[in-house]
Design a binder for this molecule. Structure first.
Ligand code: MRU
Length: 333
Protein backbone atom coordinates (compact mmCIF):
# COMPACT_ATOMS: atom_id res chain seq x y z
CA UNK A 1 0.00 0.00 0.00
CA UNK A 2 1.07 3.55 -0.69
CA UNK A 3 2.16 5.39 2.44
CA UNK A 4 3.60 8.88 2.73
CA UNK A 5 6.70 8.85 4.94
CA UNK A 6 8.50 12.18 5.34
CA UNK A 7 6.87 13.56 2.16
CA UNK A 8 7.98 10.54 0.14
CA UNK A 9 5.54 7.89 -1.08
CA UNK A 10 6.64 4.37 -0.20
CA UNK A 11 5.02 1.01 -0.84
CA UNK A 12 4.79 -1.05 2.31
CA UNK A 13 2.85 -4.00 3.68
CA UNK A 14 0.90 -4.23 6.92
CA UNK A 15 2.83 -7.21 8.25
CA UNK A 16 6.00 -9.01 7.11
CA UNK A 17 8.86 -11.11 8.48
CA UNK A 18 12.55 -10.20 8.68
CA UNK A 19 14.86 -13.00 9.84
CA UNK A 20 12.75 -14.42 12.68
CA UNK A 21 11.08 -11.16 13.75
CA UNK A 22 7.51 -10.38 12.66
CA UNK A 23 7.16 -6.69 11.85
CA UNK A 24 3.92 -4.83 11.47
CA UNK A 25 2.30 -1.41 11.33
CA UNK A 26 1.01 -0.65 14.83
CA UNK A 27 -2.62 0.10 13.93
CA UNK A 28 -3.34 1.37 17.44
CA UNK A 29 -1.17 4.41 16.71
CA UNK A 30 -2.77 5.34 13.38
CA UNK A 31 -3.84 7.74 11.94
CA UNK A 32 -1.56 10.09 13.85
CA UNK A 33 1.69 8.12 13.99
CA UNK A 34 3.14 5.51 11.68
CA UNK A 35 4.95 3.22 14.11
CA UNK A 36 6.03 -0.39 13.77
CA UNK A 37 5.77 -3.25 16.26
CA UNK A 38 8.17 -6.20 16.46
CA UNK A 39 6.72 -9.54 17.58
CA UNK A 40 9.59 -11.67 18.86
CA UNK A 41 7.80 -14.85 19.92
CA UNK A 42 4.36 -16.45 19.80
CA UNK A 43 3.22 -14.77 23.01
CA UNK A 44 3.92 -11.42 21.31
CA UNK A 45 1.96 -12.65 18.29
CA UNK A 46 -1.01 -13.53 20.51
CA UNK A 47 -0.74 -10.08 22.12
CA UNK A 48 -0.76 -8.18 18.80
CA UNK A 49 -3.80 -10.07 17.50
CA UNK A 50 -5.80 -9.83 20.73
CA UNK A 51 -5.02 -6.15 21.28
CA UNK A 52 -5.55 -5.19 17.66
CA UNK A 53 -2.03 -3.95 16.93
CA UNK A 54 -2.87 -5.92 13.79
CA UNK A 55 -6.49 -6.43 12.82
CA UNK A 56 -8.83 -7.40 10.00
CA UNK A 57 -9.43 -11.09 9.34
CA UNK A 58 -6.90 -11.67 6.49
CA UNK A 59 -4.11 -9.67 8.25
CA UNK A 60 -4.78 -11.67 11.43
CA UNK A 61 -4.39 -14.87 9.37
CA UNK A 62 -1.12 -13.63 7.84
CA UNK A 63 0.25 -12.70 11.27
CA UNK A 64 -0.67 -16.15 12.56
CA UNK A 65 1.17 -17.97 9.74
CA UNK A 66 4.27 -15.92 10.50
CA UNK A 67 3.75 -16.65 14.21
CA UNK A 68 3.75 -20.40 13.62
CA UNK A 69 6.77 -20.15 11.30
CA UNK A 70 8.60 -18.16 13.97
CA UNK A 71 7.76 -20.78 16.60
CA UNK A 72 9.21 -23.48 14.31
CA UNK A 73 12.37 -21.42 13.72
CA UNK A 74 12.73 -20.93 17.48
CA UNK A 75 12.16 -24.65 18.12
CA UNK A 76 9.15 -23.89 20.33
CA UNK A 77 6.23 -26.19 21.07
CA UNK A 78 4.09 -25.75 17.94
CA UNK A 79 0.95 -27.30 19.41
CA UNK A 80 1.07 -24.82 22.25
CA UNK A 81 1.72 -21.89 19.91
CA UNK A 82 -1.28 -22.93 17.80
CA UNK A 83 -3.46 -23.34 20.90
CA UNK A 84 -2.59 -19.89 22.22
CA UNK A 85 -3.09 -18.19 18.85
CA UNK A 86 -6.48 -19.88 18.36
CA UNK A 87 -7.68 -18.25 21.57
CA UNK A 88 -7.03 -14.66 20.47
CA UNK A 89 -10.02 -13.65 18.32
CA UNK A 90 -12.87 -16.10 17.77
CA UNK A 91 -14.80 -14.58 14.86
CA UNK A 92 -12.13 -14.12 12.15
CA UNK A 93 -12.19 -17.35 10.12
CA UNK A 94 -8.86 -16.57 8.47
CA UNK A 95 -7.08 -17.04 11.81
CA UNK A 96 -8.16 -20.69 12.11
CA UNK A 97 -7.73 -21.32 8.38
CA UNK A 98 -4.16 -19.95 8.59
CA UNK A 99 -3.19 -22.03 11.63
CA UNK A 100 -4.60 -25.22 10.07
CA UNK A 101 -2.71 -24.44 6.86
CA UNK A 102 0.59 -24.09 8.74
CA UNK A 103 0.10 -27.26 10.80
CA UNK A 104 -0.62 -29.14 7.60
CA UNK A 105 2.48 -27.73 5.87
CA UNK A 106 4.65 -28.70 8.85
CA UNK A 107 3.15 -32.21 8.91
CA UNK A 108 3.98 -32.53 5.21
CA UNK A 109 7.61 -31.69 5.97
CA UNK A 110 7.60 -28.30 4.21
CA UNK A 111 9.83 -25.46 5.34
CA UNK A 112 7.68 -23.31 7.68
CA UNK A 113 9.07 -19.92 6.65
CA UNK A 114 8.64 -20.72 2.95
CA UNK A 115 5.07 -21.92 3.60
CA UNK A 116 4.23 -18.74 5.53
CA UNK A 117 5.60 -16.54 2.74
CA UNK A 118 3.65 -18.57 0.17
CA UNK A 119 0.43 -18.03 2.18
CA UNK A 120 0.96 -14.27 2.37
CA UNK A 121 1.88 -13.89 -1.33
CA UNK A 122 -1.24 -15.87 -2.25
CA UNK A 123 -3.38 -13.65 -0.01
CA UNK A 124 -1.99 -10.45 -1.54
CA UNK A 125 -2.65 -11.83 -5.00
CA UNK A 126 -6.22 -12.78 -4.02
CA UNK A 127 -6.90 -9.24 -2.81
CA UNK A 128 -5.54 -7.88 -6.09
CA UNK A 129 -7.95 -10.13 -7.98
CA UNK A 130 -10.84 -9.02 -5.73
CA UNK A 131 -9.90 -5.47 -6.76
CA UNK A 132 -9.81 -6.30 -10.46
CA UNK A 133 -13.17 -8.16 -10.41
CA UNK A 134 -14.89 -5.71 -8.05
CA UNK A 135 -13.75 -2.66 -9.99
CA UNK A 136 -16.04 -3.67 -12.86
CA UNK A 137 -19.06 -3.05 -10.59
CA UNK A 138 -18.04 0.56 -9.99
CA UNK A 139 -19.29 3.03 -12.59
CA UNK A 140 -17.84 6.45 -13.25
CA UNK A 141 -19.07 9.03 -10.69
CA UNK A 142 -20.15 6.33 -8.23
CA UNK A 143 -20.41 7.16 -4.56
CA UNK A 144 -19.58 4.15 -2.42
CA UNK A 145 -20.21 3.53 1.28
CA UNK A 146 -17.87 1.31 3.28
CA UNK A 147 -17.91 0.26 6.92
CA UNK A 148 -14.96 -0.48 9.24
CA UNK A 149 -11.56 -0.87 7.58
CA UNK A 150 -11.35 -3.59 4.98
CA UNK A 151 -8.31 -2.04 3.35
CA UNK A 152 -4.64 -2.97 3.01
CA UNK A 153 -4.25 -2.64 6.77
CA UNK A 154 -6.76 -5.44 7.22
CA UNK A 155 -5.34 -7.71 4.51
CA UNK A 156 -1.55 -7.09 4.18
CA UNK A 157 -2.07 -5.22 0.89
CA UNK A 158 -4.86 -3.84 -1.39
CA UNK A 159 -7.75 -4.72 0.94
CA UNK A 160 -10.99 -6.51 0.24
CA UNK A 161 -13.71 -3.81 0.22
CA UNK A 162 -11.08 -1.16 -0.58
CA UNK A 163 -9.43 -3.16 -3.38
CA UNK A 164 -12.18 -2.47 -5.98
CA UNK A 165 -12.16 1.17 -4.86
CA UNK A 166 -8.35 1.36 -5.31
CA UNK A 167 -8.57 -0.21 -8.79
CA UNK A 168 -11.43 2.09 -9.88
CA UNK A 169 -9.20 5.00 -8.87
CA UNK A 170 -6.15 3.53 -10.68
CA UNK A 171 -8.35 3.18 -13.78
CA UNK A 172 -9.16 6.90 -13.56
CA UNK A 173 -12.83 6.47 -12.65
CA UNK A 174 -14.26 9.42 -10.76
CA UNK A 175 -15.37 8.04 -7.40
CA UNK A 176 -16.24 9.26 -3.93
CA UNK A 177 -16.22 7.19 -0.74
CA UNK A 178 -18.45 7.59 2.32
CA UNK A 179 -16.42 6.23 5.25
CA UNK A 180 -18.34 5.11 8.35
CA UNK A 181 -16.43 6.17 11.45
CA UNK A 182 -17.20 2.71 12.95
CA UNK A 183 -17.62 3.00 16.67
CA UNK A 184 -16.41 1.82 19.08
CA UNK A 185 -12.82 1.48 17.76
CA UNK A 186 -13.04 3.97 14.90
CA UNK A 187 -11.60 1.79 12.15
CA UNK A 188 -13.08 4.35 9.70
CA UNK A 189 -10.13 6.57 10.54
CA UNK A 190 -7.83 3.83 9.24
CA UNK A 191 -9.83 3.75 6.01
CA UNK A 192 -9.58 7.53 5.74
CA UNK A 193 -5.80 7.29 6.30
CA UNK A 194 -5.47 4.74 3.49
CA UNK A 195 -7.65 6.77 1.11
CA UNK A 196 -5.68 9.95 1.85
CA UNK A 197 -2.44 8.11 1.06
CA UNK A 198 -3.93 7.04 -2.28
CA UNK A 199 -5.49 10.44 -3.05
CA UNK A 200 -9.04 9.01 -3.18
CA UNK A 201 -11.82 11.51 -2.48
CA UNK A 202 -13.89 10.72 0.59
CA UNK A 203 -15.56 11.99 3.71
CA UNK A 204 -15.89 10.35 7.11
CA UNK A 205 -19.48 10.17 8.36
CA UNK A 206 -20.93 9.31 11.76
CA UNK A 207 -22.06 5.69 11.88
CA UNK A 208 -25.69 6.65 12.20
CA UNK A 209 -25.61 9.01 9.17
CA UNK A 210 -25.59 6.36 6.43
CA UNK A 211 -29.41 6.16 6.23
CA UNK A 212 -29.64 9.92 5.75
CA UNK A 213 -27.24 9.84 2.79
CA UNK A 214 -28.95 6.81 1.28
CA UNK A 215 -32.35 8.53 1.35
CA UNK A 216 -30.76 11.59 -0.26
CA UNK A 217 -29.75 9.25 -3.12
CA UNK A 218 -26.11 10.10 -2.48
CA UNK A 219 -24.89 6.50 -2.23
CA UNK A 220 -24.78 4.23 -5.31
CA UNK A 221 -23.39 1.08 -3.73
CA UNK A 222 -22.10 -0.39 -0.47
CA UNK A 223 -18.98 -2.61 -0.25
CA UNK A 224 -17.93 -4.18 3.07
CA UNK A 225 -15.50 -6.90 4.13
CA UNK A 226 -16.28 -10.00 6.20
CA UNK A 227 -14.82 -11.87 9.15
CA UNK A 228 -16.58 -15.15 8.51
CA UNK A 229 -19.08 -16.22 5.86
CA UNK A 230 -21.29 -19.27 6.46
CA UNK A 231 -22.08 -21.82 3.74
CA UNK A 232 -25.48 -20.23 3.04
CA UNK A 233 -24.04 -16.69 2.63
CA UNK A 234 -24.91 -15.19 6.03
CA UNK A 235 -21.82 -13.37 7.23
CA UNK A 236 -20.21 -11.72 10.24
CA UNK A 237 -18.58 -8.34 9.89
CA UNK A 238 -17.88 -5.34 12.09
CA UNK A 239 -20.76 -4.32 14.35
CA UNK A 240 -23.08 -2.00 12.44
CA UNK A 241 -22.79 -3.83 9.11
CA UNK A 242 -26.22 -5.46 9.55
CA UNK A 243 -28.07 -2.16 9.82
CA UNK A 244 -26.22 -0.77 6.78
CA UNK A 245 -27.37 -3.82 4.78
CA UNK A 246 -31.00 -3.31 5.85
CA UNK A 247 -30.81 0.38 4.96
CA UNK A 248 -29.27 -0.46 1.58
CA UNK A 249 -32.11 -2.89 0.81
CA UNK A 250 -34.77 -0.39 1.93
CA UNK A 251 -33.23 2.17 -0.44
CA UNK A 252 -32.62 -0.28 -3.34
CA UNK A 253 -28.84 0.17 -3.18
CA UNK A 254 -26.60 -2.79 -4.18
CA UNK A 255 -24.77 -4.27 -1.18
CA UNK A 256 -21.58 -6.28 -1.85
CA UNK A 257 -19.35 -8.32 0.45
CA UNK A 258 -15.69 -8.56 -0.62
CA UNK A 259 -13.68 -11.45 0.82
CA UNK A 260 -11.13 -14.10 -0.14
CA UNK A 261 -12.20 -17.76 -0.07
CA UNK A 262 -10.21 -18.14 3.21
CA UNK A 263 -12.99 -16.14 4.94
CA UNK A 264 -15.69 -18.67 3.97
CA UNK A 265 -16.42 -21.24 6.65
CA UNK A 266 -17.88 -24.23 4.81
CA UNK A 267 -18.42 -26.01 8.12
CA UNK A 268 -21.18 -23.59 9.17
CA UNK A 269 -24.73 -23.96 7.90
CA UNK A 270 -25.74 -20.36 8.57
CA UNK A 271 -24.92 -17.17 10.44
CA UNK A 272 -26.52 -18.34 13.70
CA UNK A 273 -23.55 -20.70 14.11
CA UNK A 274 -20.94 -17.91 13.96
CA UNK A 275 -19.36 -17.08 17.32
CA UNK A 276 -19.39 -13.35 17.98
CA UNK A 277 -16.48 -11.87 19.90
CA UNK A 278 -17.48 -9.78 22.92
CA UNK A 279 -14.78 -7.23 23.70
CA UNK A 280 -14.03 -5.11 26.77
CA UNK A 281 -16.66 -2.60 27.92
CA UNK A 282 -14.05 0.16 27.94
CA UNK A 283 -14.00 0.29 24.16
CA UNK A 284 -17.56 1.64 24.33
CA UNK A 285 -17.31 3.64 27.57
CA UNK A 286 -14.15 5.46 26.43
CA UNK A 287 -13.01 7.08 23.19
CA UNK A 288 -9.28 6.86 22.52
CA UNK A 289 -8.68 6.03 26.17
CA UNK A 290 -10.74 8.94 27.54
CA UNK A 291 -13.88 8.00 29.43
CA UNK A 292 -17.03 9.56 27.97
CA UNK A 293 -19.62 7.55 29.94
CA UNK A 294 -20.75 8.23 33.52
CA UNK A 295 -18.47 6.61 36.08
CA UNK A 296 -20.91 3.83 36.98
CA UNK A 297 -22.20 3.12 33.48
CA UNK A 298 -21.75 -0.40 32.07
CA UNK A 299 -21.71 -1.39 28.40
CA UNK A 300 -22.23 -4.22 25.92
CA UNK A 301 -19.57 -4.56 23.25
CA UNK A 302 -20.21 -7.20 20.57
CA UNK A 303 -17.44 -6.70 17.99
CA UNK A 304 -19.41 -8.11 15.03
CA UNK A 305 -22.94 -8.69 13.84
CA UNK A 306 -24.52 -11.11 11.40
CA UNK A 307 -26.03 -9.98 8.13
CA UNK A 308 -28.43 -12.49 6.54
CA UNK A 309 -27.66 -13.52 2.96
CA UNK A 310 -30.96 -12.10 1.69
CA UNK A 311 -29.48 -8.62 2.10
CA UNK A 312 -26.38 -9.35 0.01
CA UNK A 313 -26.35 -8.54 -3.72
CA UNK A 314 -23.13 -10.47 -4.32
CA UNK A 315 -19.79 -11.68 -2.96
CA UNK A 316 -16.65 -10.32 -4.61
CA UNK A 317 -14.00 -13.06 -4.36
CA UNK A 318 -10.68 -13.81 -6.08
CA UNK A 319 -12.61 -16.30 -8.23
CA UNK A 320 -15.15 -13.73 -9.43
CA UNK A 321 -18.43 -12.24 -8.26
CA UNK A 322 -20.89 -14.82 -7.04
CA UNK A 323 -24.38 -15.07 -5.47
CA UNK A 324 -25.10 -16.91 -2.22
CA UNK A 325 -26.38 -19.99 -4.11
CA UNK A 326 -22.96 -20.38 -5.75
CA UNK A 327 -20.89 -20.45 -2.53
CA UNK A 328 -20.70 -24.24 -2.46
CA UNK A 329 -18.81 -24.15 -5.78
CA UNK A 330 -15.93 -22.32 -4.01
CA UNK A 331 -15.27 -25.30 -1.76
CA UNK A 332 -14.65 -27.81 -4.50
CA UNK A 333 -11.63 -26.03 -6.06
O1 MRU B 1 -12.26 -5.91 14.78
P1 MRU B 1 -11.58 -5.75 13.47
O2 MRU B 1 -11.09 -4.35 13.21
O3 MRU B 1 -10.49 -6.79 13.27
O4 MRU B 1 -12.71 -6.05 12.41
C1 MRU B 1 -12.42 -6.01 11.06
C2 MRU B 1 -13.60 -6.16 10.20
O5 MRU B 1 -14.71 -6.31 10.64
C3 MRU B 1 -13.32 -6.19 8.72
O6 MRU B 1 -14.39 -5.66 8.00
C4 MRU B 1 -13.11 -7.65 8.29
O7 MRU B 1 -12.13 -8.27 9.08
C5 MRU B 1 -12.72 -7.74 6.91
S1 MRU B 1 -11.12 -7.12 6.65
C6 MRU B 1 -10.72 -7.29 5.06
Amino acid sequence: MKVKIKNKTKNIRTVWMEKNIIKMIDQRKLPFQLKFFNAKNYNDVAFVIKNMVVRGAPSIGATAVYGIAQAVMQKKNIKNAAKILRKTRPTAHDLFYAIDYMLNEIRSGNDAKTSAERYVEKLVNECKKIGIYGEKLIKNNYKILTHCNAGALATVDYGTALAPIRFAHYNKKKIFVFVDETRPRLQGMLTSWELLNEGIKHRVIADNAAGYFMRQKMIDMVIVGADRIAKNGDFANKIGTYEKAILAKENSIPFYVAAPVSTFDFGLKNGDEIRIEERKEDEVLCIKGKRVAPEKAKAFNPAFDITPKKNVTGYITERGIIRSGEIKKLKSV
